[in-house]
Design a protein around this ligand. Structure first.
Ligand code: EPU
Length: 454
């Protein structure tokens, strides 16, 4: 396996150059795809390897560009990364960790949001860290104030520079009492990765409890950390002096699984997602049941198809165990084919419906209400974010020339083009490889009719 992308996919398409797809839609997608380790765990577990005194092995690593970015950033810090004893596994050896040169770190600026999680591990290993300006999907402001506030509580000194953030810990890091203003996934991971080697106990309140975070806790426990999870989003971490490497198989990518499920519903096809598991997808499956999906849960994965006409639904995105914000974009494509009015409230990000412009161009009836709907009661008003999309269906979609805006929105564009009658040109498709492994191969495996034209 090479973690810097394959340039030619299994059926000979030029994947490396694949920025523009020509898609002929209107056919059901039917077949089987396999999902591997979750992007949102694997990249964090790779960072955790920095904390060990011995090498770690991570299994089921997907070949996606976010992994390549984190790998490269680990390598500039002296971590040796190579394929381990089975395909899709990585050995990460942190025994020669050293300060990287500023220019090398800077080369990663804007490429991903994961570098912010290097703070704690580098402070423990080297007493200092430099974090380049962050990238990631443009889906709102995406500030890092929770991260920096938490790091200061551990005793870190934070200097903001024009090119990034410099951190030091002159007196070492000590356990802290931290209450997050919101159960942020990244800030929870920041606290975990910093607290495990801090001096003393850390109590984290209002923590995120996504399955990927539970899996990161499992990784850290294998390394020697002592972490307990209490009711009501409280996590206790007892700092230890030394951590070793781990051997871990990553939890599956439930976001990718939900994406293919929505593709099956949108195109009236039938897709078996190998590696998908019920427990982590419970909330998604409840919504699919209401929408009229006929899923079948098997030992080795889940089969998704329609069970009659699709029905409209009202959903509100939320932190786990709520309906994930990353699931709404592909689901909305399926909801354009449901009979009636669906409503999707986005409460995690302030601006994550930009992708619907392209669907409207293709014939969908979607109206985005930036300030929410009058009188619509919110389930859990965790934040003052009210953006809502109202989708009226079913509407036939027709081909269009569209540009991918971000990872999940981009996947939705491709699925919309495959649902639409006629030919579409979808540009900027490279972004999708940040989070979907072997994307073109998988499209081909479910019978998508497309060419890579640029
Ligand atoms: N937030 C702040 N301040 C902070 C941190 C977060 O205000 O310091 C806000 C954000 O602006 C956002 C909300 O809190 O409105 C939630 O952000 P969170 O920190 O939970 O998200 P994240 O860690 O940046 C991860 C995933 C996202 C996923 C979210 C929510 C990774 C690399 N990214 O982002 O995944 O949508 O959690 O579950 O794990 C994706 O995979 O496409 C993706 C965007």
């Amino acid at each position: 396996m090479t973690l810097l992308h394959d340039t030619i996919s299994a059926d000979g398409r030029k994947e490396g150059a694949g920025e523009i797809l020509s898609i002929r839609g209107g056919r059901p997608l039917t077949g089987r795809v396999e999902v591997k380790g979750a992007k949102n765990l694997v990249t964090k577990a790779m960072v955790a390897a920095l904390l060990g005194e011995s090498p770690s092995i991570l299994r089921d690593v997907p070949d996606i560009s976010d992994v390549a970015v984190v790998r490269s950033l680990l390598e500039v810090h002296g971590v040796r990364v190579q394929e381990a004893d089975e395909p899709g596994s990585l050995m990460l050896d942190p025994r020669d960790v050293e300060s990287a040169h500023m220019e090398e770190i800077d080369a990663h600026a804007g490429a991903s949001r994961i570098p912010i999680l290097f703070c704690g591990p580098l402070l423990h290993r080297l007493g200092q860290a430099f974090i380049p300006d962050l990238g990631g999907c443009r889906i709102g402001d995406r500030p890092i104030d929770f991260h920096l506030d938490a790091l200061r509580k551990f005793g870190a000194v934070v200097d903001k520079l024009p090119t990034g953030i410099r951190l030091s810990a002159p007196a070492g890091l000590r356990g802290a009492n931290i209450h997050l203003p919101y159960p942020s996934v990244g800030a929870t991971e920041q606290v975990l990765l910093t607290a495990v080697r801090a001096n003393g106990v850390t109590e984290l309140r209002n923590a995120a409890i996504e399955p990927e975070i539970m899996d990161l806790i499992a990784v850290l426990q294998k390394m020697g950390a002592i972490i307990s999870y209490e009711p009501n989003r409280v996590i206790l971490i007892e700092g230890v002096d030394r951590l070793e490497g781990y051997d871990h198989r990553a939890v599956f990518d439930r976001n990718e699984a939900a994406s293919w499920a929505s593709a099956a519903l949108a195109t009236n096809g039938e897709i078996f997602v190998g590696g998908a598991r019920q427990p982590e997808m419970l909330t998604f499956l409840n919504v699919l049941r209401k929408v009229g999906a006929g899923f079948e849960i098997r030992e080795d994965g889940i089969l998704f198809r329609r069970d009659g006409d699709l029905r409209p639904v009202t959903v509100e995105t939320d932190v786990h165990p709520g309906f994930m914000t990353d699931w709404q974009q592909p689901l909305i494509v399926a909801l354009t084919q449901a009979h009636g009015e669906s409503i999707v409230h986005e409460t995690v990000y302030e601006n994550r419906f930009g992708f619907t412009d392209a669907l409207v161009k293709m014939g969908a009836d979607i109206v985005v209400h930036p300030h929410g709907l009058q009188g619509g009661p919110r389930r859990v008003p965790r934040r003052n974010l009210e953006q809502a999309a109202v989708i009226n269906g079913p509407t036939p979609l027709h081909g269009a020339d569209i540009v991918v805006p971000d990872l999940r929105g981009g996947y939705s564009h491709v699925i919309a083009a495959l649902t639409a009658e006629g030919e579409s040109t979808v540009r900027n498709v490279g972004i999708i490889r940040r989070g979907y492994e072997k994307f073109f191969d998988k499209l081909a495996a479910v019978g998508a009719d497309f060419d890579v034209i640029g």
